[in-house]
Design a protein around this ligand. Structure first.
Ligand code: GDG
Length: 465
């Protein structure tokens, strides 16, 4: 295994195993975001190959060295499904679902984070740069700095960082803060997330903070300054434009509308089936509009893609049951033999089909109760090369900070949500165009390449210090 100047550490490797036991690139946004950097720097990527107990030697894939970290079935249960997805995820999303604090889960989280840090320490070249990704790996920056003080370490947090009053519930709050502060640059989605983090550091650790800088004391009595700042993530906007321009995708969009019975308006929701996404609130508002007689299934259909997610975590099983019950009730009450109120799709689709759906939708509903950014909102906007369509966007999604020309909603306010849906349905084309042009400008002017360049620029500036 050769050493790399630039190393990404993420829970998952950027590849999936195919049926023949080979590897193919996984479609995620992070992979696309980092692809140009990886290519230029001949970097390495440390991560879990996605299957329990799978032992794989490091291998090269499309010019990147992949360094697999093995997780046992027990690690997956305790570190991943347990601490990451049943403690940190609900706690950091404002306790929408109750976080469970289990010492056994925490112990596994520490052990697995140490394993990721060791793998990164082994592959990083002297004086190299390591970029750690997300909430599953909050302790890696500290472990890595202890093993390799010569490295420059960045960390990006893809989900919200909660207000101190909530964060302080965490029995291991100090360890988590110290873990993150092992990084030279700690990136967040929103200014508010960076602020929440700095406040937690002041309250818990009593470290001094000034603007975006946090003074971290060192064992020898000196100190260093870590940067904690917002770097809002984005998408590869140009690739969505290109997909949206393809004639067969445009034809597919028309076909989707025809398959739905050519309703006057198509509403769309696209989410991982997750309790943070506000799918229930959206269904409630839509159901009430049908009940009030404001909408009829002849004129309006809601397409809800709910891609399968975390299916072994109890809270997700419950959510699925609730949503499917609600969809069944609404459809049972309002469907006709020719028209359906909600077309509910519990599947994952190729990106081409997603773009066709975006093009088919007059109104995109993003009603997250809490969301780090929400890339779906940006993808919808980037795909609307016709400057039509209306984005209804929750103010609790990070994207709301940037996408100010969307119709902003508080998803907890069902009346307000109903009003916004009606306003979107009735919005004149000229207003749609005005708003969409401004949204598109923002997404185009700040794409994912800008995001990684800005973060890595801040990290490079730290190297010189
Ligand atoms: C986390 C944070 C933050 C979904 N279903 C299908 C599919 N998707 C794609 C979407 C989008 C991505 O998955 C989801 O990204 P989001 O940002 O909407 O949400 P999370 O998965 O919760 O992501 C979030 C993000 O990290 C990045 O920092 O924005 O706040 O929670 O790209 O298009 N893609 C395909 N088929 C599907 O069925 N191909």
């Amino acid at each position: 295994m050769s050493q790399a100047e630039f190393v990404v550490v993420a829970n998952r490797l950027p590849v999936d195993r195919d049926a023949e036991g080979g590897w193919r690139r996984s479609p995620g946004g992070l992979v696309t975001a980092l692809e140009p950097v990886m290519r230029k720097s001949e970097g390495a990527w440390v991560g879990w190959p996605g299957k329990a107990d799978l032992v794989v030697e490091p291998f090269e894939f499309e010019g990147t060295q992949l360094v697999p970290v093995t997780l046992s079935a027990e690690d997956v249960e305790l570190y991943y499904e347990g601490f990451s997805n049943d403690t940190i995820w609900p706690l950091y999303h404002d306790v929408i679902s109750a976080p469970r604090y289990k010492r056994e889960w925490w112990n596994a989280y520490v052990t697995v984070n140490r394993r990721f840090a060791e793998a990164a320490a082994e592959v990083a070249a002297p004086g190299g740069t390591v970029w750690v990704q997300d909430y599953q790996l909050q302790l890696v920056p500290k472990f890595l700095r202890e093993a390799r003080p010569d490295l420059t370490i960045g960390y990006f947090h893809h989900i919200p960082f909660p207000a101190y009053g909530l964060f302080s519930q965490l029995p291991w709050r100090r360890q988590v803060l110290e873990g993150l502060l092992g990084a030279d640059v700690i990136g967040f989605q929103r200014v508010a997330d960076a602020g929440n983090f700095a406040r937690a550091v002041r309250r818990q650790l009593r470290y001094e903070t000034k603007a975006s800088g946090i003074r971290v004391p060192l064992a020898d009595g000196t100190s260093r300054v870590a940067l904690a700042k917002a770097f809002p993530i984005s998408i590869d906007a140009e690739s969505y434009v290109q997909l949206a321009q393809r004639p067969e995708i445009q034809a597919r969009a028309k076909e989707i509308r025809a398959e739905l019975g050519n309703p006057a308006r198509v509403l769309l929701g696209v989410d991982r089936l997750d309790y943070t996404k506000g799918i229930r609130h959206r269904l409630k508002a839509f159901g009430e509009l049908l009940e009030d007689g404001k909408l009829s299934v002849e004129d309006v259909t809601l397409v809800q893609v709910a891609s399968p997610s975390r299916e072994r975590v109890e809270a997700y099983m419950q959510l699925r049951d609730e949503i499917e019950l609600t969809v069944g009730r609404i459809n049972g009450g309002f469907d006709t033999t020719s028209h359906s109120a909600i077309r509910y799709l519990h599947h994952s689709y190729p990106r081409e089909e997603m773009v066709a759906l975006y093009l088919a939708a007059d109104v995109m509903l993003v009603t997250a109760l809490r969301d780090g950014m929400n890339l779906v909102a940006k993808e919808y906007v980037a795909s609307r090369i016709d400057n039509r369509g209306v984005l209804v966007l929750s103010e609790f999604a990070g994207a709301a900070d940037e996408l100010s020309s969307a119709l902003r909603v508080n998803p907890h306010d069902i009346e307000g949500l109903k009003d916004a849906i009606m306003r979107a349905i009735e919005m004149p084309p000229a207003e749609q165009g005005r708003r969409m042009r401004s949204l598109r400008r923002r997404v185009r002017d700040h794409d994912v390449e800008d995001w990684s360049r800005e973060f890595l620029g801040a990290l490079a500036a730290k190297k010189g210090e």
